[in-house]
Design a protein around this ligand. Structure first.
Ligand SMILES: *Cc1c(COP(=O)(O)O)cnc(C)c1O
Length: 388
């Protein structure tokens, strides 16, 4: 008997054969730099909790207090059911951090990208995006119905060529880039993108998922890093990485935010962020601003690991962020390295196609990692490369 679902098994088999198969593991953790996996304690280099806030007692307390006061659910979309003062407070805190007039909180960063991109452009318009952009930027572009062209990764001359050839054929144009690339750890050339956006009358949307709470003098992100605060750039980001909670946001002008409240389907037709997530993110922004030491700790760890890996002559992709992609020749080697690390007490993911074009092992650092953790990582890596 044939079944219309038979193809599923075949597809899974193909995925296995390419060493692309993925599955989820149960880990136990309180949010610190250690996780327990199958009864073994491992040092966690697989987390985007860059400031170590997801396990912070103050975030937990803020979330619990919000649940006591407001309940567990937001019970409906904000336009229909109203929102809590917490939502407004968080949006003001984000706008203040980002140096924008206003901000809007979505249920996730993914939804913030889908909703804002598809609201800003349509079938008469053009989107130019970095080739390595995150799935949420690419799918937002697709959903918008605009013509979508990729430019080469961080290569502004390639973007300029496309603008010269194509810009005049379309009504509006939107340039999309991550500021700190999630799987490569490098930083987009924001000044060049801003100049091109100006020259060719384009909107510019920057995805700050791995930049907020990470780069810039006070952790405000890439605009602060480049001295571009106050420029008319659309900033999208997440509350789920350095801010240790869940949710996403768009920060920009009053008119942008007002427009999105009326046109972004992934905000209008979905339930508001839960009180607990909202309160935790608000507390995280407060801590980021009150305790600059956390950001210093993170960057000291980055410098320490960079020096350690350089000494071992371990090949990295270029970049300056808490994301360290270790180059490996293929997906099978990436898996072998991940397993070797796990045997040595280290939890770090192999990242393979289709997430990235070339396989790698992705190490991400937290402010709460200690020197012994970084030393151990270098030791186990040295052992692997020594045996190659
Ligand atoms: C994680 C991530 C997102 C999505 O954020 P979530 O809040 O986890 O949905 C968007 N863009 C980039 C670049 C990311 O890394």
């Amino acid at each position: 008997m044939s079944s219309p679902y038979q193809w599923l098994e075949k597809s899974l088999e193909t995925i296995h054969q390419a060493s692309w198969y993925r599955s989820v593991q149960i880990v136990e953790t309180d949010g610190g730099p250690l996780v327990t996996l199958q009864g073994r304690s491992l040092i966690n280099f697989a987390s985007n909790d860059y400031l170590g806030l997801a396990g912070d007692e103050r975030l937990k307390a803020a979330a619990i207090a919000a649940i006591r006061e407001c309940g567990t659910g937001s019970t409906g979309s904000r336009l229909i059911s109203g929102h809590r003062k917490l939502h407004q407070d968080l949006e003001m805190a984000i706008a203040n951090l980002k140096g924008t007039q206003d901000a809007l909180v979505f249920s996730s960063g993914y939804l913030a990208n889908l909703g804002s991109i598809s609201a800003l452009v349509g079938s008469k318009d053009l989107i130019l995006g970095d080739k390595y952009n995150h799935s949420s930027l690419k799918n937002g572009a697709r959903l918008s119905g605009a013509t979508v062209l990729d430019y080469l990764h961080n290569d502004w001359p390639s973007l300029k060529t496309s603008l010269e050839l194509k810009r005049s054929l379309y009504r509006r144009c939107l340039i999309l880039s991550e500021s700190v690339f999630s799987m490569d750890g490098d930083i987009c050339p924001l000044p060049e993108l801003v100049d091109l956006a100006e020259e060719f009358d384009c909107m510019l949307l920057i995805d700050e998922a791995h930049a907020t709470g990470v780069i810039g003098k006070t952790g405000a992100g890439s605009l602060e890093h480049w001295g571009y605060r106050g420029r008319d750039i659309i900033q999208v980001g997440t509350l789920s990485k350095a801010l240790g909670s869940l949710g996403g946001y768009v920060a920009g002008s009053h008119s942008l935010i007002d427009y999105l409240k009326n046109r972004a389907a992934t905000w209008i037709y979905t339930t508001g962020l839960s009180p607990a997530d909202t309160a935790a993110a608000l507390e995280a922004i407060k801590i980021l601003q009150d305790e600059p030491q956390r950001l210093d700790d993170l960057w000291q760890n980055v410098a320490y690991l960079k020096a350690g890996l350089a000494q071992l002559k371990i090949k990295l992709l270029p970049g300056d962020s808490p994301i360290f992609p270790l180059v490996v020749p293929d997906a099978a080697t990436a898996l072998k390295l991940a397993q070797h690390l796990r045997d040595g007490g280290i939890f770090a993911p192999a990242i393979r196609p289709p997430t990235v074009p070339t396989s790698r092992l992705r190490i991400s650092l937290m402010a709460t990692h200690q020197r012994v953790h970084l030393d151990r990582l270098c030791e186990v890596l040295d052992d692997f490369y020594g045996k190659q």
